[in-house]
Design a binder for this molecule. Structure first.
Ligand SMILES: *Cc1c(COP(=O)(O)O)cnc(C)c1O
Length: 265
């Protein structure tokens, strides 16, 4: 990187700053900080930089796309890190990914669930999954509509190799916590209702919610896994619309919160 107005901040400093913000928010929200896990989201981040993350003790990485995940996993060595697929999965890619990830955060279709289950069964394996729910109410977003969650969980009973650990959501893209918070509250209530309604839903613990622009709000609402990219690795050169169909805007003229500094390590 050439000279910039802002001095680039090393990953170690960014990580420490994020951990301090998580700890402070947990204290304010009367939450045990060990109940909140940080999942670094490494999409667009090259493996040279991920090796620095490994050296800092980070072992888990979230990737949005199958191709990118598998490429980095190969480059770094298949046991170097634990990879989590946090983006949409197509049925035709299930067999390539099923046994190569530690968890899948974006399950929202029975077809994909069945294909995953079959691929895992053939290898004698199981997989931790989170069911993605569309709490923002925007039709073009991935995730189940909230009212479909219970029937979907019932259908997942047939998929013995899938361990349903919890729920995942992306909040509405807004810099206003008052608009974001209801999405996160919704996910927590859905989890609690599912646990009441279905005996097998006792294993639903995790709430994967909160990203760089809204993770403190997510902690206040009960998040157990924060998926953090830019706040750790710096702004991406790729617009988020390349990853999410809805990220170009919220339909009301707002765009996601921006993080304007740069990062190196
Ligand atoms: C990129 C991504 C994140 C992280 O977003 P940041 O704003 O960089 O923290 C979280 N979840 C999903 C599904 C993503 O694709």
């Amino acid at each position: 990187m050439t000279s910039t107005a802002l001095a680039p901040q090393p990953l170690a400093e960014r990580l420490a700053a994020v951990q301090a913000r998580i700890a402070a928010t947990c204290a304010r929200a009367h939450r045990d900080p060990t109940s909140v896990k940080l999942l670094p989201v490494s999409k667009t981040v090259p493996t040279t930089r991920l090796r620095h993350a490994l050296a800092l003790g980070l072992r888990d990485f979230g990737e949005n796309r199958v191709q990118e995940l598998l490429g980095k996993r190969d480059e770094m060595g298949s046991d170097a890190a634990r990879w989590h697929l946090i983006g949409h999965l197509q049925t035709n890619k299930v067999r390539r990914i099923a046994t190569r990830i530690a968890s899948f955060h974006a399950l929202d279709s029975l077809r994909v669930a069945t294909a995953l289950d079959r691929a895992l069964f053939a290898e004698g394996r199981s997989l931790d999954v989170l069911v993605q729910v569309n709490t923002a109410g925007q039709p073009q977003q991935y995730g189940l509509p909230p009212e479909s969650l219970l029937p979907f969980l019932r259908e997942l009973r047939a998929c013995q190799c899938l361990k349903v650990r919890g729920l995942m959501t992306l909040a509405i893209f807004s810099a206003d916590p008052a608009r974001v918070r209801p999405c996160f509250d919704r996910l927590r209530v859905l989890r609690d209702e599912a646990r009441e309604a279905l005996p097998e839903a006792a294993s639903l613990q995790e709430l994967s919610m909160g990203m760089s622009g809204d993770f403190e709000t997510a902690i206040e609402a009960g998040a157990t896994i924060l998926r953090l990219g830019r706040v750790l690795f710096g702004d991406r050169g790729v617009p988020d619309s390349a990853y999410w169909p809805q990220a170009a805007g919220t339909g009301d003229g707002e765009v996601g919160p921006k993080i304007l500094d740069t990062a190196t390590d």
